[in-house]
Design a binder for this molecule. Structure first.
Ligand SMILES: [Fe+2]
Length: 331
């Protein structure tokens, strides 16, 4: 199933060595029977997702793939040659929805449309104008962050699938493991203090304008950068998005202290520069799975507007049990 397996810290790399054969047709048929339309091929969090998951688990290649991914027990997985490159959008996104439903419960990225499969590609500039936009809406770089950091229940995982790799020198995907952040912070006295402060002092994350009730409404969500661990073998649950925290502190200056600002600046430097990182330009037909509670991700600047990825966020708990605005963020 998975071959050429290699590791870089907590990231596992593998190639897929199987043929989907008729199983892609089986997946498509199952979803066609269950969904009332594919929501412009973005799908939605299915109301009977638990039953649907059981049904999909009977598709052999899908079950083996999920088992293979789980068996890697990694914080990041990069799978080359997934075998979906030839498919039209509906069949490709059906396969991605099915894969993510094997790994958890895909959430709706867009509150308005309910889309689960989110297109990560540049939007025309006139749609953006001065708003506090999210990374997936722009070309250019994305600072290291966790997804949904400004909501009560950030999803535990997400996938990115590369439809079209950037045909320019940039657009590298970046990953930094939480343990490497920790180790970098432990090297200095100020780093150790910063870690302790960010483990005990909640900080305000500002919600990007596109998701807030109105562009003039400022919403913040207060949370720890290093919260209690939930996954065995990990030290903490991480939330991080520097620009959102800076905007949160601008809106709620009462929550900031000189020590907190210094700790956040140091954490940003560690996340952007000091900690060891994976950096690669993922080729077309690659699937990347990341643990959104234990790994930061980002990307380098790119200029090729044809770069196109699909992103799906995955919750450990069914959508019906989630709290707060679920997965409505796009970055
Ligand atoms: Fe992101």
């Amino acid at each position: 199933m998975l071959t050429s397996i290699s590791h870089l810290g907590k990231i596992a790399f593998a190639k897929l060595a199987f043929s989907w054969d008729s199983d892609l047709d089986s997946i498509f048929e199952i979803l066609s029977n269950r969904f009332d339309g594919f929501n412009n091929n973005g799908f939605y969090a299915h109301p009977d997702e638990i039953e649907l998951r059981k049904e999909l688990a009977r598709v052999p290649t899908l079950a083996h793939l999920a088992e293979g991914i789980r068996g890697l027990n990694a914080h990041g997985v990069v799978l080359y040659d997934l075998g979906l490159a030839h498919l039209p959008e509906d069949r490709r996104n059906a396969a991605l929805y099915a894969i993510t439903l094997m790994l958890g419960y895909p959430t709706s990225t867009d509150q308005r449309t309910g889309r689960v499969a989110w297109d990560v590609r540049a939007r025309p500039l006139e749609e953006i104008d001065g708003r506090f936009t999210t990374f997936s809406e722009r070309i250019g770089s994305a600072d290291m962050h966790t997804d949904s950091s400004f909501y009560p229940m950030p999803e535990e995982q997400f996938i990115l699938y590369v439809v079209n790799a950037a045909r320019c020198d940039g657009g590298h995907s970046l990953l930094v493991d939480g343990e490497d952040i920790y180790l970098a912070l432990q090297k200095t006295e100020e780093g150790r203090k910063a870690f302790d402060l960010l483990s005990t002092t909640p900080v305000p994350f500002r919600v990007p304008a596109i998701y807030a009730a109105g562009d003039n409404n400022v919403e913040v969500n207060v949370a720890l950068v290093f919260g209690p661990a939930t996954r065995p073998g990990t030290r903490f649950t991480m939330r991080w998005r520097y620009d959102s925290i800076m905007k949160g502190l601008a809106a709620r200056p009462d929550l900031g202290t000189p020590e907190l600002h210094a700790a956040l600046a140091l954490m940003n430097d560690v996340a952007e520069h000091q900690a060891v990182r994976f950096k690669d330009q993922l080729p077309t037909d690659t699937l990347m799975l990341a643990d959104n509670h234990n790994m930061l991700h980002g990307r380098t600047t790119y200029t090729d507007e044809r770069r196109h990825l699909i992103r799906i966020r995955i919750s450990d708990v069914p959508n019906a049990e989630r709290v707060g605005p679920s997965g409505v963020v796009r970055d």
